[in-house]
Design a protein around this ligand. Structure first.
Ligand SMILES: *Cc1c(COP(=O)(O)O)cnc(C)c1O
Length: 428
């Protein structure tokens, strides 16, 4: 499609961006280029590819034509200048930070993070001599208060774990801008259909595409995206000559693609956490129906939250779509179509009731994932956080009564029936 002639709508881009039917075979679907490597036209061309003087396929650890369609499509949906797909969401975060940071650098991160992100920052980054300060994001001034002369990035989630808090992206972007450092936003729970953080000033967006983008619980994958609105000329890791590319200056040479070029040609090349072409194909299938699925996900989620709110076996419900949520105003601004489909509630009766509830559910699957078309549930106190005492659980904001739901696309009445019968089973 020639996008310069017309600004196509989101749904049209979900189906078409980044791809034209295969010229050789006429195949309408995006083919899976299941190949490790690509034949060079001649030796001069090969040399130019390796020098980054020509952009083209060399080896699937760095790029692949199926993956390129996924990347271009997601970039279009996020209003980004470009995208780099990775083996997982964890890999996307790591590649973004490993491209930006050096030993002794620091970041300020929201404390309302996915558990795996929290451990990556607090343990693995720490081993690489990068320190993360975690702050309560509900007051964005906390990001500013935690800045030190070594702070090189701010980090947060559009819709945070575990209570579904909404990040004030504009406020965080202002703080980052004043310090001339990038703001990185994990947009996994929102997807670009519910929120586009770049429109609110985010510099870099990361995704666990494992969740709503893939949408069917089949593939682990991730992505990082660049806004093109950050001046890296004062940011040495992206602007300085790179010894691993004959002193190439990525920002000077590639401008608004400089960060992503470096992330691909250096960090992904060296870390090796690349996506398989087959998983890229599955993510492309996911993107084709993203808006339809997200509409139903948020519609079901709101109805489930309202149902739980009025249920006698429920202590509290934390969903930003409910008017009494402390995050409702921010949700209206940043996710006006609905604040996602992952949220927590408290079951009356604590840890024991939580276990009985999970065991009695019939449609919800008990597992450690979110963003599947199928409804999912987990009770952190008896699984991911089981080694903690009740007191320690309260400290991480995960009470023994907390149940996390990821609302899927089943018939709403069936979901309400399942939740009701399982809640009643807690007092048996
Ligand atoms: C799942 C998840 C991740 C990690 O992604 P993987 O694909 O599991 O590596 C990061 N952030 C959020 C918000 C997630 O839900």
């Amino acid at each position: 499609m020639n996008e310069s002639k017309r600004a196509f709508g989101f749904e049209t881009r979900m189906l078409h961006a980044g791809h034209i039917p295969d010229a050789v075979t006429g195949a309408r679907a995006v083919p899976i280029y299941q190949t490790t490597s690509y034949v060079f036209d001649d030796t001069d061309f090969a040399a130019q590819l390796f020098e980054l003087k020509q952009y083209g396929n060399i080896y699937t650890r760095i790029m692949n034509p199926t993956t390129a369609v996924f990347e271009e499509r997601l970039a279009s949906l996020e209003n980004a200048t470009g995208c780099l797909a990775t083996a997982s969401g964890q890999a996307a975060q790591f590649i973004a930070l490993a491209t930006l940071l050096q030993p002794e650098d620091e970041i300020v991160a929201s404390a309302h993070l996915y558990g795996g992100t929290y451990t990556q920052f607090s343990h693995t980054l720490r081993k690489l001599c990068v320190k993360a300060h975690f702050v309560d994001p509900t007051d964005p001034k906390n990001f500013e208060r935690a800045l030190t002369p070594k702070t090189r990035a701010l980090y947060g989630e559009t819709i945070g774990n575990p209570r579904g808090s909404i990040l004030d992206i504009e406020a965080a972007a202002e703080i980052a801008k004043a310090r001339r450092i990038p703001l990185i936003v994990d947009n996994t729970f929102a997807t670009p259909w519910l929120c586009r953080p770049i429109d609110f000033g985010a510099t870099i967006v990361v995704h666990s595409a494992t969740k709503f983008i893939g949408g069917h619980g089949t593939s682990i994958a991730g992505a990082l995206l660049e806004s093109g609105n950050f001046d890296y000329s004062h940011y040495p890791t992206v602007s300085d000559p790179s010894p691993s590319y004959h002193n190439l200056k990525f920002y000077e040479t590639f401008g608004h693609y400089g960060f992503l070029m470096k992330a691909r040609a250096e960090t992904l090349r060296d870390v090796g956490a690349c996506i398989s072409p087959f998983n890229s194909f599955l993510l492309i299938q996911g993107l084709e129906t993203l808006s339809l699925r997200m509409e139903r996900h948020v519609q079901n989620a709101l109805a489930v939250a309202q149902f739980l709110k009025s249920h006698p076996k429920v202590e509290w419900v934390s969903y930003a779509g409910l008017p009494d949520s402390p995050y409702h105003a921010l949700a209206k601004k940043y996710t006006p179509k609905g604040p996602g489909a992952v949220f927590a509630f408290g079951v009356r009766g604590g840890r024991e009731a939580g276990k009985k509830f999970i065991e009695a559910l019939q449609i919800f699957s008990h597992l450690a994932n979110v963003g599947d078309a199928k409804s999912l549930v987990i009770h952190p106190a008896s699984t991911t956080h089981q080694q903690l005492s009740d007191e320690e659980l309260q400290k991480c904001g995960v009470g023994p009564e907390l149940i996390r739901l990821s609302i899927g696309l089943e018939t709403l009445e069936d979901l309400l029936w399942d939740l009701d019968q399982a809640l009643l089973a807690t007092s048996r």
